[in-house]
Design a protein around this ligand. Structure first.
Ligand code: KIV
Length: 271
């Protein structure tokens, strides 16, 4: 019998929604964390364009390039065996035309081995979503606070608080489902709106800062591990405080080296 775990598919996520099983998603940016997250049983691993803010110190995700996403997608692929691997399409890789979107998403799929791409936006991206689905590229959509539009939205703010905006988001969600998206990330929506969208769709929703009624949840791994201390929104629960552990370990190592305690005999070769 093979020890290869049964891979999570887009169909499996739909079945999970029907069965009321919650979907667990996390980001990863490299093979090491990809493998840890996958081994811990996460259903979806997202190579988010947040990698440029978290790893590279950029102010926003607008700085991410297609080549960066492909590079990180490929190295995460090396660590992920079971989870569905989704790669974010970066800013300006899907806004020009459906033709351009197909070329760019095709490169992502071919060069990373991912199973799907994610792109942000509502009805305006429907032609691109449809074009990708038609050529066999599964699309995860993303509504609410869409970080690539941070400047237009006036910062990372909860979306859909006024009734007109809520109605537009509901219409966007339905248009994306109709275009063939297999799942929808809902970021920074009020709990009742996220619940209403979730109930009204066949495709699963995956929430971040959108309350408990989505079909699944996603967090940025470095945020929930407490490695990225710059980011502390209300919705974030830290499941570890690894930045403290890193600082303490480095300080202890530095003291040991400076005081001649490392390396000791146990960490040296006698001959
Ligand atoms: O870029 C990212 O990490 C994301 C998640 C926060 C959903 O889009």
């Amino acid at each position: 019998m093979s020890d290869k775990p049964r891979p999570v598919t887009t169909r499996r996520l739909a079945v999970m929604k029907s069965a009321g099983e919650r979907i667990v998603a996390l980001t990863a940016y490299d093979a090491l964390f990809g493998s840890l997250v996958d081994g811990a049983g996460v259903d979806v691993v997202l190579v988010g364009d947040s990698l440029v803010t978290v790893l590279c110190g950029e102010e926003s995700t607008l700085a991410a390039t297609l080549d960066q996403m492909i590079y990180h997608g490929r190295i995460v692929r090396a660590g992920v065996r079971r989870a569905l691997l989704v790669i974010d399409m970066p800013f300006m890789s899907y806004q020009i035309s459906p033709e351009d979107t197909k070329r760019n998403a095709g490169r992502v799929m071919q060069e990373t081995g991912a199973q799907a791409v994610k792109l942000e936006g509502g009805r305006v991206v429907v032609p691109s979503v449809r074009a990708l689905v038609e050529i066999g590229i599964p699309v995860m959509a993303h509504l609410g606070f869409t970080p690539q539009s941070v400047h237009a939205l006036g910062g990372a703010r909860v979306q859909g608080r006024d009734p007109g905006q809520a109605d537009r988001l509901i219409a966007d969600a339905h248009a994306l489902e109709e275009a063939g998206a297999f799942a929808l990330v809902l970021e920074l929506l009020p709990t009742p709106l996220a619940a209403k969208i979730t109930e009204s769709l066949s495709m699963p929703t995956i929430g971040i800062g959108s309350g408990p009624h989505c079909d699944g949840q996603v967090l940025v791994l470095h945020d929930m591990l407490g490695l990225n201390e710059r980011f502390q929104p209300r919705f974030l629960k830290r499941y570890a405080l690894l930045a403290n552990d890193v600082r303490e370990a480095v300080e202890t190592y530095a003291t040991d080296v400076r005081e001649g305690r490392y390396p000791d005999a146990a960490h040296s070769f006698a001959e």
